[in-house]
Design a protein around this ligand. Structure first.
Ligand code: PBG
Length: 327
């Protein structure tokens, strides 16, 4: 039985029925908002390549957190800009490191806001790689020790969950062991499981000042051409104890999000990364696209592809727009 009996347009006739049959509903509860914290006071420095995103000192961060809480955004991710960088990424795991301080201050003032520090070394190493360098290459097993140490420092500072983004083999197991051995068996791990070596991170590296000074990240992040390998990475992370798995970036990898969603029974997160954000901002600035419409379409697509959680710089705007839609 087909046309003229079947007429799909019948269910698109007005907004009421369209809403009634809508399959995917975006919610503010899906969002984790990534933020960049830096030393000093009164710092609110716009990131050139990411209009509307700022490097914030902790006092300014708290003002931002207050407005996020009002908007109903449940969770934030922290990236840190340390005072200084060195070969061993000391700023990542120091007790008074910038992210540890941000966590303590945020937890004290906003106890219900769910705090998820990104765990990586690239913002803290002088060379910008995500680990310790030996003979011109990132040494996997040496790096694991520092990654685990960083995750533990964040848990001690009040992190609700930790999110390793370094792509070293075995980091989930190493972090789980460090957390469990020190009284933090309740802190979950959201693993950046399928993290691709992507050109879409360009604006972030300006924001976090974390571009590698030599070479690139292809020796540890994934080849954009591979999807089966993403499923393997996800499986290994789950075997090591990951509680949530992530696909990153999101938009060019919607097929990967879908395949992961279909294969696992844990929540799946997707990271709508800096380059994806900046492209929307640039096109909107030029008047080429409708920012609100595009943003909501993009976020809905990521959710439709299978993401339960979305890390996105659009979170505050999207939260506002969702509120408006609900009237
Ligand atoms: C740290 C890290 C990066 C991003 C998240 N964690 C940068 C990178 O891997 O080079 C990218 C986030 C974004 O582009 O929004 N390793």
């Amino acid at each position: 039985m087909s046309f003229p009996i079947q007429r799909p347009r019948r269910l698109r006739r007005n907004d009421t029925i369209r809403r009634m049959v809508r399959e995917t509903e975006l919610s503010v509860k899906d969002f984790i908002y990534p933020m960049f914290v830096c030393p000093g006071t009164g710092v609110r420095q716009e990131i050139e390549a990411m209009p509307g995103q700022y490097r914030l000192s902790l006092d300014e961060m708290k003002r931002e957190l207050e407005s996020l809480v009002k908007l109903g955004v449940p969770s934030v991710m922290f990236f840190g800009l340390p005072e200084s960088k060195d070969l061993l990424a000391t700023g990542a795991y120091a007790e008074d490191g910038i992210v540890a301080r941000a966590l303590r201050e945020a937890k004290a003032e906003f106890p219900d806001l769910y705090l998820v520090p990104d765990v990586c070394l690239c913002e803290y190493t002088s060379h910008g790689h995500c680990g310790v360098i030996h003979d011109g290459d990132v040494d996997n097993d040496e790096t694991l020790k520092l990654i685990a140490k960083t995750a533990l420092a964040y848990a001690e500072a009040g992190a609700d969950m930790v999110a390793p983004s370094d792509m070293m083999d075995g980091r989930v197991a190493a972090i789980r062991e460090a957390l469990d051995g020190n009284g933090h068996s309740q802190v979950p791990i959201m693993a950046y499981s399928a993290k691709y070596a992507s050109g879409f991170y360009g604006p972030f590296r300006e924001a976090a000042d974390s571009a590698p000074q030599f070479g690139d990240r292809r020796g540890y992040q994934m080849d954009p051409a591979n999807a089966r390998e993403a499923l393997r990475e996800v499986r290994l992370d789950l075997e090591e104890g990951a509680d949530i798995v992530m696909v990153k970036p999101a938009l060019s990898y919607l097929d990967v999000i879908r395949q992961v969603r279909d294969q696992v029974d844990v929540p799946v997160a997707a990271y709508n990364v800096s380059g994806e954000y900046s492209m929307v901002k640039a096109a909107a600035h030029n008047g080429w696209i409708d920012e609100r419409r595009l943003t909501m379409e993009i976020l809905t697509s990521i959710k439709r592809a299978g993401a339960d959680l979305i890390l996105t710089y659009h979170a505050p705007d999207a939260a506002r727009w969702l509120k408006e839609e609900q009237g």
